[in-house]
Design a protein around this ligand. Sequence first.
Ligand SMILES: Nc1nc2c(ncn2[C@@H]2O[C@H](COP(=O)(O)OP(=O)(O)OP(=O)(O)O)[C@@H](O)[C@H]2O)c(=O)[nH]1
Length: 309
Amino acid sequence: MVPPHQSNTIDFDAAKLRRLGFSSAQQPGPLRALSLADLRRQLTLQLQTSLEADRILTLFFQEVRRLVPLDTLAYRNAGSDLRLEFGVSASHSASYRLSHEGEYLGEVVFRRGRRFDDQELGQLESLMACLLFPLRNALLYRAALRSALRDPLTDTGNRIAMDQALQREADRARRTLEPLSVLMLDIDHFKSINDRFGHGVGDEVLKAIATTLKADLRNIDLVFRYGGEEFLVLLSGTGQEAAAMIGERLRQAVEALQHLVEGQAIHLSISLGCATLAPGETVESLLRRADNALYNAKREGRNRLAFAG
Ligand SMILES: Nc1nc2c(ncn2[C@@H]2O[C@H](COP(=O)(O)OP(=O)(O)OP(=O)(O)O)[C@@H](O)[C@H]2O)c(=O)[nH]1
């Protein structure tokens, strides 16, 4: 009797993948010269194994060098916030702006110590065709991840991103014994802005304040919108005194904002609660203390910073 279905199990372990032509990036050993056609076939298989732009370009750089000697591969895509560089810098370069049917996919730059000849440039162009679709998929994946973690109105991190970042940074602070502080901040009398000028203006004010906060902070500091008109600033490696200085700078920056509605500047201010992670403290307790401090800043008259007890 022949069964109607045959079921098989295949374990794609590292050895099997190697036999099928998928090599691991960590695999040591000398690079073997290949024909253009062989390399294109291998690249097509290998570049499908990841959705991370970093990994895809690392593999591409590693494999392309088997045919065309290269010192550097650089990749830039400002729209996707990507700037990657592999290898060591060199004087001669060949750069390519990649696009597919009008869709911009970034710029690739190859560098090395001597000029590229026409045959090599032809080979690089042919190999870049293998990069196109894996790279496009990686950019789409990156955009999807990004939008799942960002607040679209203010382009700050959302609540999910905040919870993840807080946990990650608190774990790191415990491990490294570095300080970690948060600033919880809330726009003063925001309801009356909505009531007087409408929700559209309220939204513009939220965007303007978020832009001011981001412009005033260093890159590694992270801003999240965790409620309607409430933001959290996560300050890694920052103790209470420095966090208060940063908070005060943010307060002044918002106060100095000239936000115009129908030609008239409206007065804006924020109140802030500042808390620093105590030894053994949980993230929930840190947030609770920052929230209490924010409540005190409001009660004491707004447009000010209060410390957590
Ligand atoms: N335009 C707009 N308004 C929002 C959004 N999310 C929340 N709000 C409004 O934010 C206001 C918050 O008001 P309250 O919590 O009373 O606080 P407040 O008026 O800022 O007063 P204090 O915080 O005590 O200074 C409410 O009117 C909400 O409707 C949003 O995405 N857009």
